[in-house]
Ligand binder design. Sequence first.
Ligand SMILES: [Zn+2]
Length: 304
Amino acid sequence: MENGTTILFGLPGVGVDRVEADEHGGRTVHLRTTDPDAAACPECGVFSTVVRQRRTTRPKDLPYGEAPLVVRWHKTQYRCRERLCKRKAFTESIAELPPYARITGRTRRAAAVAVGSGRSVSAVTRELPMSWPVAHAAFVAHAEARLVEPVAPRVLGIDETRRGRPRWSKDEDGKWHRSERFETNFVDLSGPGGLLGQSAGRSAKTVTDWLDARGEAWNSAVQVVAIDPCAAYRAAVERALPHALIVADHFHLVRLANEMVTDVRQRVAREQLGRRGRAVDPAWATAGCCYEPVTGSPSGLWTG
Ligand SMILES: [Zn+2]
């Protein structure tokens, strides 16, 4: 029969032996294993009763109340006596704390749900006992279990996004590597699909890998692909979607047109006036007009 403290603590697979309070108001919860399956060898599945040693670990768990809560799990390490099993010893583990896990499953889930609700990973790590990469990995696992395959759009948009500044890190051999700061986004330009996918990198392979993973039926449904004037993207689309019409997207075309018109204005101003152009010059009166927002149907954005 579970005691009240075990029910209150509520972590499946373990029971609360006792709770100690320190002079600063902090509490330490001492746990013992109650899940009978924890004594089964993870390699061969055979239960063991031969104790090798007792160990105590300090898994991190959800905060509870205002005062700090420290968890101590008193685990048993067993010998596996199964003659054919490669494993000589194993330590108890439960579903909430699999082998080598130092953070409870419920803490990871709480972090994933918090990030999924729109909070930043950094904000979540200030409240839950985990680092940024761990919280991010928890969210990725949570999201991947729920993400569904996007519906194929008739018009697919592909563009790159840069996330922050490039960062350099050293690998084990002491070589410096620049982290990938670009992502390729795949969006639905003809329907309500919005952002369909995101992939690290901005090479042709980034695009072909993502499209290849969608499958033949998905790819054949795409009729038009809008990209920026980028040779890598064009080559990727020509290979993965040879039937699709490739168009340059409106934003980049307008930007190129503006840059060209600005070049001409500057050159003509230098030739005719012998100085830089000024806002009062007639040639500059219409500068920037191409930046006016485009209105109309979404299809107007790519058919131009
Ligand atoms: Zn075994």
